[in-house]
Design a protein. Structure first.
Length: 487
């Protein structure tokens, strides 16, 4: 496939506010760079840290700290590669539209549909967690009822203008970022200095029960299959570029700061939890999603009301992540519809430039989570998390492959470049292959593959039979023209 030159992308700029084919309008550029960074944090800083960490601890013990450190390096390669491309091409559909241009229309189609599956699954999983956190206070409320309650909240937020959505998400994400920072500060005090009612524990717990790697070092690799769920959401850096006021500056700031914050938060928080709670106890919550290691920390210390406050904060974190993922799913399917790869009516936007049909279609995850919870199926969160990891690995691999092609094409003009360039992307790809290889030993990943592989095959068949005939190269070029006019 011949890659169009950057000059061709600017030959026919279009008005982003112009009604597009089919009577719908383009998206509104209303997001500031602070909001973009917080939206990405909102998606990534959710139940993977506050709830799913119990599963990872159960696999690797205290050595899970290394798993999180390795996971942050893999995620950094993806985030920075995506940021460099998006700073040059802030297109609707983000990395999917970039894959359509630099790889082929098929890979652009597949990456966007896969990511849509990711977002609807994460939205459902996060709402399961929200309902579980609510049951910490009100056990009588069934999980399915809690899911419906919180689904109504995020629907109301997403149906407002993107500016209002960005403001709300900024507040929600700020609350949990501040909360995590405070947790780290308090945790360090408890670990190294103690309190009158709780003497300092130091680092003893990291090696007290079987050593730092009680099950050996192979579980550090296996735990990556859970850990990578924690970093899912950084893709929003690319997707929000299409609605940024100043995409070049916003993406540069967000890409550099988001991954640093995430790595710092995850590694430090997990380390503090493991210093304060015996790792076997922290792992026991794998089968009890009504609590988290963070709530357990304050319950054990006996700080009055601290556990309730922590539970409220982790609920906000999960709600924020669900909110951000519903946003991402609606924008992804809007992009697919705009390029003729989904029903055209899904590209319709309201007078406020909100893709209301995309939001409605992306509620499948909410409905599915509620139905599974209502049916009494156990392990809903764990299975949904595994499916997300499976799909995210494939999406991230396509992002890195797109980046390698992007760099080889010699395109310039981005606001920053990823350190290490193609070599860093290749190392990130090796890391993703290592995570994918856990399918050989993780039953939940095998179940996810049983769902994910047929989904990929079905999407491929649909593309061959229907999709490729509907592709109009002008639709993809229009996205680049619009982005070029806003740089």
């Amino acid at each position: 496939m011949n890659t169009p030159s950057p000059s061709s992308a600017s030959s026919a700029p279009t008005d982003p506010g112009r009604p597009a084919e089919g009577g719908h309008q383009g998206l509104a550029r209303s997001l500031g760079h602070g909001q973009m960074a917080m939206i990405a944090m909102g998606s990534a800083l959710g139940t993977g840290l506050f709830l799913g960490s119990g599963q990872a601890i159960g696999i690797a013990g205290p050595a899970v700290i290394i798993s999180f450190a390795l996971g942050s390096l893999i995620a950094a390669s993806v985030a920075l590669a995506m940021g460099e491309m998006a700073s040059r091409h802030p297109v609707r559909g983000g990395f999917g539209t970039l894959a359509a241009r630099y790889l082929s229309p098929f890979w652009g189609y597949l990456s966007r549909w896969l990511y849509w599956i990711v977002t609807v699954s994460v939205t459902g999983a996060e709402l399961v967690a929200c309902a579980a956190y609510l049951s910490y206070w009100v056990p009588a409320i069934p999980i399915w009822a809690g899911i419906i309650l919180f689904a109504a909240v995020i629907l109301g937020i997403n149906l407002s203008s993107v500016g209002s959505f960005g403001a709300v998400e900024f507040v929600l994400s700020s609350i949990k970022v501040i909360a995590v920072f405070v947790f780290i500060v308090i945790g360090l005090v408890l670990v190294f200095f103690g309190m009158p009612s709780a003497p300092a524990l130091g680092l003893v717990e990291l090696t007290a029960d079987g050593g730092f790697a009680p099950m050996g070092w192979a579980p550090v690799w296996i735990a990556l299959s859970v850990v990578m769920f924690s970093f899912g959401g950084i893709e929003l850096l690319s997707i929000t570029a299409a609605e940024a006021k100043d995409p070049a500056r916003s993406i540069r700031t967000a890409a550099r700061t988001t991954i640093v914050r995430l790595a710092f938060f995850y590694v430090f928080c997990i380390g503090i939890v493991l210093c304060l709670v015996p790792w076997r106890e922290a792992a026991d919550i794998e089968d009890d999603v009504a609590t988290s290691p963070f709530v357990m920390v304050f319950d054990r210390i006996g700080i009055p009301g601290a556990a309730d406050i922590t539970n409220l904060l982790v609920l906000i974190a999960a709600l924020s992540a669900a909110n951000a993922n519903l946003y991402a799913g609606s924008r992804m399917i809007h992009s697919l519809a705009s390029d003729g790869l989904a029903p055209r009516f899904a590209a319709y936007t309201t007078a406020r430039r909100v893709p209301v049909v995309g939001i409605a279609l992306s509620c499948i995850g909410l409905v599915g989570a509620a139905l599974l919870a209502f049916s009494g199926v156990g392990g809903v969160f764990g299975y949904m998390m595994s499916l997300v990891v499976f799909a995210v690995i494939m999406v991230w691999a396509l992002i890195l492959a797109t980046y390698i092609r992007f760099r080889r094409s010699g395109i310039t003009g981005g606001t920053f470049r990823m350190p290490g360039g193609i070599l860093a992307a290749a190392l990130g790809m090796v890391g993703l292959l290592a995570v994918f290889a856990t399918i050989a030993v993780r039953p939940s990943m095998q179940i996810a593959a049983l769902v994910g592989v047929p989904a990929v095959l079905a999407a491929t068949v649909l593309y061959v039979v229907v999709g490729r005939r509907r592709i109009d190269p002008g639709d993809i070029q229009d996205a680049f023209d619009e982005a070029e006019s806003m740089r």
